[in-house]
Design a protein around this ligand. Structure first.
Ligand code: SF4
Length: 342
């Protein structure tokens, strides 16, 4: 392993623009797992983010210890947020990872404030808090411990199997407060997974997480996101995915059709042109109205998935309450911590 520790040198211009000249340490690791990845370690000033337009969301507060995501999903809705850091939204999003190294201590302090009222906190709403970097930085145990110590309700959404490392903390937290865990599995097609979500654990391994959590008393929801038009939306594909979700023991399944906001749209379209050039025109037509597929299409997918969920005996998705993970608002306020969901 090679550490390229530049902490004593002046930060690069982009870093200085983002975090202040004294706040950034840049490291690279020469291990196969992190080859080509750069970590920007910062000491954040605040870790609790208030959600813009929270009235349309089932939660008002989020905690995001990372920015950028090595899971590298081509369609990732959070890509645009990297532009707010003066970082590239394509490969840069996949490989320039901002790490808030003081996230746990900051959260413990903020939760202890007399002004904090113990509101529900959502995690994994911008980028994945159990991406590969978490294996090295181990920020989540401290964050979960801070929440557990205050019996503060929380939820998290992930594609990372690493969440099982913290199973004990999740179980203990669930004994004293409301804990919601959702895993994102949009499809089970292995070939599509390899090219579209190249840095993530395979879908069947994510479903193993759902199963393991359930076996330990933590009912896990599945966010079936994204359903990918023309590539992952055939009746057979939807059926295979919902069947696998049911077999894993998910308490609910909520479909979310691919949406393509600026930042993600360009990156996805380039990928589509490389891997499925015959679909470029169909995508242009389906997304001619903007970032979202037409309502008729979304309704069709929702109906099909709900019918399959009923057939396979998956319980209804939570209709209310903080565990519910819903579609992002169509036009969230911009800014460095905008809400995206996986
Ligand atoms: S969709 Fe989620 S897991 Fe994939 S790159 Fe974005 S934040 Fe990471």
């Amino acid at each position: 392993m090679r550490w390229d520790h530049l902490g004593t040198a002046p930060p690069a211009p982009a870093d200085a623009a983002l975090f202040g000249a004294d706040a950034v340490t840049t490291r690279t690791f020469d291990t196969p797992e992190f080859r080509g990845v750069t970590f920007h370690e910062i000491r954040a000033r605040s870790i609790l983010n208030r959600v813009p337009g929270a009235s349309r969301m089932p939660f008002e507060w989020t905690v995001n210890p990372y920015r950028g995501c090595t899971h590298a999903c081509v369609y990732c809705f959070a890509r645009r947020s990297h532009a707010h850091l003066d970082l590239d939204t394509g490969l840069g999003f996949d490989s320039q990872i901002v790490v808030k190294v003081n996230a746990a201590e900051l959260l413990a302090r903020q939760l202890a404030s007399p002004r904090w009222q113990g509101a529900h906190i959502a995690m994994g709403t911008n980028v994945d808090c159990y991406q590969r970097a978490e294996g090295r930085y181990r920020l989540m145990p401290g964050i979960l411990t801070a929440l557990l110590d205050r019996a503060n309700p929380f939820s998290l959404l992930t594609k990372g199997t690493l969440v099982l490392r913290d199973l004990d903390l999740l179980v203990r937290a669930a004994e004293v407060t409301e804990v919601g865990v959702s895993v994102s599995v949009g499809f089970t097609d292995e070939e599509l997974w390899r090219t579209l979500e190249p840095g993530t654990p395979a879908p069947h391994r994510r479903l193993d997480v759902v199963r393991a959590l359930g076996e330990h008393g933590i009912g896990c929801a599945v966010l079936m996101a994204p359903v990918v038009p023309f590539l992952g939306d055939s009746p057979e594909q939807l059926r295979a995915t919902v069947r696998a979700v049911a077999a894993a023991g998910a308490v609910s399944v909520t479909p979310l059709v691919l949406h393509l906001r600026p930042g993600a749209r360009e990156w996805f379209t380039a990928w589509l042109a490389r891997h499925h050039p015959h679909l470029v025109g169909r995508y242009e037509r389906l997304y001619a109205g903007g970032a979202y597929a037409p309502t008729w299409y979304q309704r069709r997918i929702t109906r099909q998935v709900h019918e399959l969920a009923a057939e396979f005996g998956i319980g209804p998705a939570h209709r209310d309450g903080p565990r519910r993970i819903t579609r992002p608002s169509p036009a969230p306020a911009g800014g460095p911590e905008q809400l995206t969901l996986l």
